[in-house]
Design a protein around this ligand. Sequence first.
Ligand code: IDP
Ligand code: MG
Length: 135
Amino acid sequence: MQRTLAIIKPDAVQRQLVGVIISEIEMNKFAISAIRTLQLTSARAADFYQEHRGKPFYDSLVAATASGQLYALVLEKENAVDAWRQLMGPTDPAKAGPLTLRRRFAIDIQRNSVHGADSPAKAAQEIDFFFGEGA
Ligand code: IDP
Ligand code: MG
């Protein structure tokens, strides 16, 4: 079984979409092996998205990520990293298939409701970010 890191972003929590998103996770046969809710400081959000530093949307992304409670989850399934990204759909909801979470729930390309690690190595790093010693 592979593990990945998922986030239900503050925009989705604020719109009370936690239950329906977790329901989709379970219906798609992911096991939830860890879950926590927390609000990141701006500094921690900036660190989480540091690969995007310097891009035009970075400051706004960091502010949105720190704007409220989020849910971090460790999901387990065969091929979990790719399977979760497929269920989420692409970054831009306008380009996402009809059954994807982002097509169904995203407001726009930034407030796109969910996050997923993009590789097994990033998944391990992001799981440590939310569930490791220093988290
Ligand atoms: P991903 O979440 O699908 O992996 P990334 O390219 O890693 O997409 O970008 C991280 C997050 O930054 C996205 O989920 C989205 O919230 C935001 N983002 C990405 N591209 C844009 C953009 O062009 N405008 C505004 N926000 C963006
Ligand atoms: Mg990404």
